[in-house]
Design a protein around this ligand. Structure first.
Ligand code: SAH
Length: 230
């Protein structure tokens, strides 16, 4: 879709994605209009394609970010708590912040296992006035840790749980600790690679009684969720 949906500016890129139904929700369009992709993608920021960001990581194509946000949208209400595992460039963390933090109440944590990428995400969101305010107001935080264990806060206490968990790298299983950290109700968006090397998005829902259901969705290609490089 890169040929069809690219633009000269962020507004053109997002408007073209919306007009071509790659962004289907006005709330997501408006959030993405508020996050300048040039602050996150070092090259060709206004094309609908992934770009390398160093450390074997990539910023995903904007239509993939829109699709992930759409899948989680019922849980991205103002005031919600969202965990973005493998935050990389910080782009999607910033889009989540636009959706949940705008009223000053929500919380979005970007979790990275590579310190340089944790710093990259934090530095990128700081380039915009809105992102800087989310960081300084405590709505957004970038932390370092192994995403397969989720995040319970710096003290590692009980944690308050998450309404939505986005995993931006391919796991080899549906990590139980992530499901435990989900609120009831809550939802996880996670790419999982099967034994044949095929990757699919799984949507894991916990209902308000705590019952968990798992559904396989579209085929995808993500970088793997791994041990941190030494
Ligand atoms: N959503 C990001 C995707 C970055 S690529 C973006 O669009 O910019 C995937 C990211 O997952 C990489 O930054 C990689 O460092 C991170 N990652 C891989 N394994 C991880 C793990 N076990 N814990 C936390 N982050 C991990």
């Amino acid at each position: 879709m890169a040929w069809q949906c690219s633009g000269e500016t962020n507004t053109e890129l997002i408007t073209n994605l919306y007009n071509n139904n790659l962004i289907t929700e006005p709330r997501i369009r408006d959030a993405m209009l508020n996050v300048d992709r040039a602050h996150y993608a070092p090259t060709s920021p206004y094309t609908d394609s992934p770009q390398p960001i160093g450390h074997a990581a990539t910023i995903s194509a904007p239509h993939m970010h829109a699709s992930a946000a759409s899948a989680l949208l019922p849980f991205l209400y103002p005031g919600a708590r969202v965990l973005d595992i493998g935050s990389g460039s910080g782009y999607l963390t910033a889009v989540f912040a636009e959706l949940v933090c705008a009223d000053g109440k929500g919380k979005v944590v970007g979790l990275e296992h590579i310190e340089a990428l944790r710093e990259l995400g934090e530095g990128n969101i700081r380039k915009g006035e809105r992102g800087k305010a989310y960081l300084e107001g405590g709505g957004v935080e970038f932390v370092r840790g192994d995403g397969r264990r989720g995040w319970k806060g710096k003290g590692g206490g009980d944690g308050e749980g998450w309404d939505g968990i986005h995993v931006g790298a391919a796991a080899v299983e549906l990590h139980e600790e992530l499901i435990e950290q989900l609120k009831a109700p809550g939802r996880i968006f996670i790419p999982v690679e099967d034994s044949r090397g095929d990757q699919y998005i799984w949507i894991v829902d916990k209902d308000k009684e705590g019952k968990v259901t798992k559904k396989r969705s579209m085929g995808v290609r993500y970088v793997p969720l791994t041990d941190a490089p030494v």
